[in-house]
Design a protein around this ligand. Structure first.
Ligand SMILES: [Zn+2]
Length: 322
């Protein structure tokens, strides 16, 4: 990339916009338009992160690091310069492309009985939840042609991770769920890796804009757990796509003094419960009210509802949670 196109990229992504999109907030205004806030790059307790939106530069008095938006993306995502550039270009270009991909895959879902059957077998049965989550299906072998018709270059599609270097659709026989800036694909085939994401961040908590309005939220591990709860009428559920929570997801949970119900898998090796205990400790330190919900042995929220659990029984588990 030439110096000229680097400058272009920086102009297209003002540092402040990028920071705010990653949940950064101003703590106070200084002279000449400069602002201070908590540093996203280290554990910061008093605002030491200075941003100059006019110069598009930042500097942290706590961890002594500074630079432009590319430097920030590199430090924040812990990647080298070329990957930071790729992430920024993707951040810039993905949303409309992701929207079109999602719409295309939603249409495909209703044309492929095997996908609908798979969802049914996983307990995703109401058309409301399919619509609400914008669940689609990637049969493979047709997305590239469609997006090319819409004018996207092969390079753009490869960079977004939707098409492989060899020119094939990346997602093949996968039920797909659009996330904030990514696309999760669950394979129908037993031989392919079950989970797949596009390159880049998975984003924050699922459906957080809607869920954050509730004083009590239910946090589960996966999208099929989320779907089961949503169908049963628990619209205050969210999921983190795994038991590991990224910094952004953690901050989201803590943005209001709410009650958080943790409903992790009751797996035999106890890893779900261990993860719940550890997260509960960290959330409690932040002043949240945390309850750990204990499911019957071997269950996750999805299987609980799939094997005849109902909303009333789940409500009792919530009430029994400590
Ligand atoms: Zn810092």
């Amino acid at each position: 990339m030439s110096g000229h196109s680097l400058d272009e990229l920086k102009k297209q992504i003002p540092l402040l916009d990028y920071l705010q999109a990653h949940d950064w907030r101003t703590a106070r205004q200084l002279s000449r338009g400069r602002i201070m806030g908590l540093c996203p790059l280290h554990e910061d307790h008093k605002p030491s992160f200075l941003v100059d939106p006019l110069k598009n530069l930042f500097y942290c008095y706590g961890c002594d690091r500074g630079g432009d938006v590319i430097r920030f993306a590199g430090l924040y995502r812990q990647v080298r310069f070329p990957q930071a550039l790729a992430l920024l270009r993707q951040w810039l270009g993905l949303p409309p492309l992701l929207r079109e991909t999602t719409e295309f895959y939603c249409v495909q879902l209703h044309r492929h009985a095997e996908a609908v059957a798979y969802l049914y077998q996983r307990g995703v049965r109401s058309s409301e939840v399919i619509e609400h989550m914008r669940i689609g299906y990637a049969p493979g072998g047709c997305l590239r042609g469609w997006l090319t018709e819409l004018g996207y270059s092969r390079l753009t599609l490869c960079e977004a991770g939707l098409v492989t270097a060899a020119g094939y659709d990346t997602y093949l026989r996968r039920v797909v769920f659009p996330l904030e800036g990514n696309l999760y694909g669950r394979s129908l085939s037993a031989t392919a890796p079950p989970h797949r994401f596009l390159p880049g961040a998975k984003g924050g908590l699922y459906s957080w804009d809607q869920v954050r309005l509730f004083p009590d939220v239910i946090l589960v591990e996966g999208l099929f757990d989320y779907a089961a709860l949503w169908q049963a009428g628990f619209h205050n559920a969210t999921c983190s796509l795994g038991t590991h929570h990224n910094a952004r997801q953690f901050r989201q949970l803590c943005d209001f003094p709410r009650t958080v119900y943790l409903v992790f898998d009751a797996d035999a090796n106890g890893s779900g419960q261990k993860a719940a205990q550890s997260l509960a400790g960290r959330l409690t330190e932040q002043g949240l009210n945390v309850r750990i919900v204990v499911l019957p042995d071997g269950h996750d929220p999805n299987s609980f509802f799939l094997r005849d659990g109902d909303a009333r029984q789940f409500q009792s588990l919530l009430e029994a949670a400590r």
